[in-house]
Ligand binder design. Structure first.
Ligand SMILES: [Zn+2]
Ligand SMILES: [Zn+2]
Ligand SMILES: [Zn+2]
Length: 481
């Protein structure tokens, strides 16, 4: 019954919040004549959009989520506090008379709101529901018995249609917290029972081992993304990691379970993947490395960097790697690998002076101003860092310390809501082209967020655009191969 008191409260809260979001405390200036009506959401008086690394995500996203608001009606704090109040009263005692008075007041307010909402005709509510998108209309329908009576189950039936699958997934996503033993399957748009709840692991052959019994597991394409050559990340692992952090340990698996270290024997590349949750989204760091000999010919460089079937790099890349400087910078870094020192016998043959044998050449590779800075893809939340460093090769007795090419990629994999509408996931996989990484990510570099949490220090390199000209010129323009 208290649902009607919450609706009144929600409307009031919504109004207050919208005012707050329009005028954040940080941007408000004393004696300023600038009014909220003059500006867009999150834009200050100078016309700049301000982003802060420590700010709440809601200040970065201008719009309020109406689905959240409608769904929140059924799960508002006041409803829970009412139940908790009754429970605590029955368990711990307390001031019974006060609680009864509170309950009575809430009941009266709820009845008053119920009358108010009930006084509007069913036709009017139908017209309101018609203005909402299908998922929001369905949320409004299941808010309470009164709304179900007024609106009927038409909006729920509408979600069953194949053309409304996107809205159905959007509607079902809000039930995630109530479904710890199930997982939303995106190809079906249905919650499936998890067959090994809590024991899900990343498997190479994940198509034959889905974490739920899905009739479309072998006949349709399970959503996934390429990590490196020969490795993919199925979307359900992103969902499980985010559910674990957002709801409870019963809802998914810890993001640490996804971390892996492996070597591709055919190419010689070694890879290490790390994951963490930040701001309800899954972040990935994938570091790939290979021993890099000095003075490689163009053909040898290509053999080192590309697999020769689809001509994609062996290391991890976003969908936009062909447009921009990435491959040119990797080749630039390779050109800075110094030559290995000559053996002592060769040195003695070249020069009879003992002084020349003692002086060792500098083994530290010095990268130039082009290939040293970290780079951010302008079209997706992905950042790259290319380094030349020294590693020990235990298999080589003669030349024990060698140079390695290390390519690190940081990416934001999104919030796990859908592989076809989550903005970050769609952007890194090239499914949607409307993402502007410099506007969306702002000053929060994914690499900075990741490294400050994992190692306590932020990479010192400055960050510049991977594609400064913002052109889609491919092989002809950038000559990536
Ligand atoms: Zn399915
Ligand atoms: Zn360079
Ligand atoms: Zn990209």
């Amino acid at each position: 019954m208290t649902i009607f008191s919450q609706i009144g409260l929600k409307i009031k809260l919504g109004k207050d919040r919208s005012q707050l979001s329009r005028k954040p405390a940080k941007l408000k200036k004393r004696n300023s004549e600038f009014t909220p009506s003059d500006q867009q959401d999150g834009v200050n008086e100078l016309g700049e959009r301000e982003h802060s690394i420590w700010s709440d995500a809601s200040t970065l996203i201008g719009n309020r989520d109406h689905t959240d608001m409608i769904h929140g009606l059924a799960h508002h704090d006041s409803f829970d506090s009412l139940i908790d109040g009754i429970r605590s009263n029955s368990v711990g005692g307390g001031d019974e008379r006060l609680d009864r008075a509170q309950l009575k007041r809430k009941y009266e307010r709820s009845e008053k709101n119920k009358k108010l909402l009930g006084s509007l005709s069913g036709d009017l509510w139908q017209r309101i529901a018609a203005l909402l998108d299908p998922a929001d209309a369905a949320h409004l329908t299941i808010t309470s018995r009164l709304f179900l009576e007024k609106l009927g189950n038409g909006s729920l039936r509408k979600l069953e249609r194949p053309e409304n699958k996107v809205h159905r997934v959007q509607f079902l996503n809000h039930m995630d917290a109530q479904m710890p033993n199930h997982l939303l399957c995106h190809p079906c748009g249905v919650y499936h029972l998890r067959t090994s709840a809590g024991d899900e692991k990343p498997r190479v052959d994940f198509v034959r081992n889905p974490p739920f019994i899905c009739p479309k597991a072998t006949t349709s394409y399970l959503p996934r993304m390429r990590l490196v050559h020969g490795r993919e990340l199925p979307y359900y692992l992103i969902q499980l990691a985010i559910r674990h952090s957002a709801h409870s340990t019963r809802h998914g698996i810890h993001s640490d379970i996804l971390c892996r270290r492996w070597k591709d024997k055919s190419s010689g590349w070694s890879h290490q993947s790390l994951y963490m949750i930040h701001d309800k989204r899954l972040l990935l760091r994938l570091r790939s490395q290979i021993f890099a000999p000095p003075k490689l010919t163009p053909t040898a460089e290509r053999m080192l960097l590309y697999e020769q079937q689809e001509y994609t790099p062996f290391f991890s890349v976003c969908a936009h790697w062909r447009d921009g400087e990435l491959m040119r910078l990797v080749k630039c870094a390779l050109s800075h690998v110094p030559e290995a020192p000559e053996s002592l016998i060769n040195q003695m043959r070249k020069s009879p002076r003992a002084q020349d044998w003692i002086v060792k050449p500098n083994l530290i590779a010095r990268q130039c101003d082009e290939c040293r800075p970290a780079r951010r893809c302008p079209e997706c939340p992905t950042e790259y860092l290319i380094e030349i460093s020294i590693r020990e090769d235990p298999k080589d007795a003669l030349n024990r310390f060698k140079h390695v090419l290390v390519v690190t990629r940081w990416s934001d994999l999104g919030d796990g809501t859908s592989p076809t509408s989550s903005p970050e996931y769609c952007a890194i996989n090239g499914l949607k082209a409307d993402y502007n990484s410099f506007n969306s990510v702002g000053r929060r570099a994914v690499a900075g967020v990741f490294e400050s949490r994992m190692s306590g220090s932020i990479p010192g390199q400055r960050m510049i655009s991977l594609n400064p000209k913002n052109q889609h010129a491919g092989e002809e323009g950038y000559g990536w191969y």
